[in-house]
Design a binder for this molecule. Structure first.
Ligand SMILES: NC(=O)c1ccc[n+]([C@@H]2O[C@H](COP(=O)([O-])OP(=O)(O)OC[C@H]3O[C@@H](n4cnc5c(N)ncnc54)[C@H](OP(=O)(O)O)[C@@H]3O)[C@@H](O)[C@H]2O)c1
Length: 248
């Protein structure tokens, strides 16, 4: 178990959904936050909220699909805070259609953001962790579709399976450097990504962003009892939402 107090956490996709909820959850644990996404105005609003909790926070507009943006991000993190303890690769898109309707741009954007974005951020974070000899932690939000597949989501499934394989390999590679790799595989969370997927939001079937955020923070703490507690809580929450929101 590690104390999260004052840990420097870089969180991608912090402008909405799971990322926004995770930023608030890390801030409540006393972490220093680096908020990353493309919609700076949303990050700035969140930053103000986090600063009011009394923890340091900066917002850096970054497109994770652009390597130069990501290099600039970590240059600024090092300049501002000296090192990084935790990277949460959460940014992602879910543009998906049946194969014949998937444009090359949809396919390319999905791989650029969901896969290359994770690669760029992880590589820069690990370089900084090795340089500063930080026993860091990289948590990546994959998806249940990084483990199984569904029809009509081939681009998204391909990207999330790639992320799962990439991280499983790194888990072994970086063990010798005491850099920990964790994967999160959510299924059905009530966020804006479902608008992209053109999936109807069935509230009774879904977890909330803060439920997944709590799990991410528990993972970062490495407290096995907390991790198990949140896992069990999330099973119970699914049942609770079903009872509460199931249309009668
Ligand atoms: N919701 C679910 O049911 C579900 C299930 C399994 C996995 N996930 C995964 O959870 C993660 C978070 O998604 P969410 O559900 O919270 O959806 P969301 O509310 O749409 O959040 C997606 C986040 O990713 C950011 N993002 C997208 N493209 C980016 C880019 N090029 N550069 C930087 N940031 C970018 C967005 O910010 P900007 O647009 O401001 O850049 C936004 O903050 C994703 O990786 C998703 O695949 C979600």
């Amino acid at each position: 178990m590690v104390s999260l107090q004052n840990k420097v956490v870089v969180l991608t996709g912090a402008s909405s959904g799971i990322g926004e909820a995770s930023a608030l959850a890390f801030a409540k644990e006393g972490c220093t936050l680096v908020l990353v996404a493309r919609r700076l105005e949303r990050l700035e609003k969140l930053k103000e909220k986090i600063l009011s909790l009394g923890v340091p926070c900066i917002a850096i507009k970054t497109d994770v699909a652009k390597q130069k943006d990501v290099q600039r991000l970590f240059y600024l993190v090092e300049k501002e805070f000296g090192h990084v303890d935790v990277l949460v690769n959460n940014a992602g898109i879910g543009r998906n259609f049946d194969l014949v309707d998937t444009s090359l741009k949809d396919w390319q954007d999905t791989l650029d953001i969901n896969v290359s974005g994770v690669f760029y951020c992880t590589q820069e974070a690990v370089r900084l962790m090795l340089k500063k000899k930080t026993e860091g932690h990289i948590i990546t939000v994959s998806s249940v579709l990084g483990l199984i597949a569904l029809p009509g989501r081939s681009a998204y499934c391909a990207s999330k399976h790639a992320v799962t394989g990439f991280k499983r390999s790194l888990r072994w590679e970086l063990k010798k450097n005491n850099i920990r790799i964790s994967l999160v595989h959510p299924a059905g969370v009530d966020t804006d990504i479902l608008n992209d997927l053109a999936v109807e939001r069935k509230k009774w079937k879904m977890l909330r962003s803060q439920d997944v955020a709590e799990y991410i923070v528990a993972l970062a703490s490495r407290d096995i009892f907390w991790i198990i507690k949140v896992r069990l809580l999330n099973i119970w929450r699914r049942f609770y939402y079903l009872m509460k929101y199931y249309p009668h």
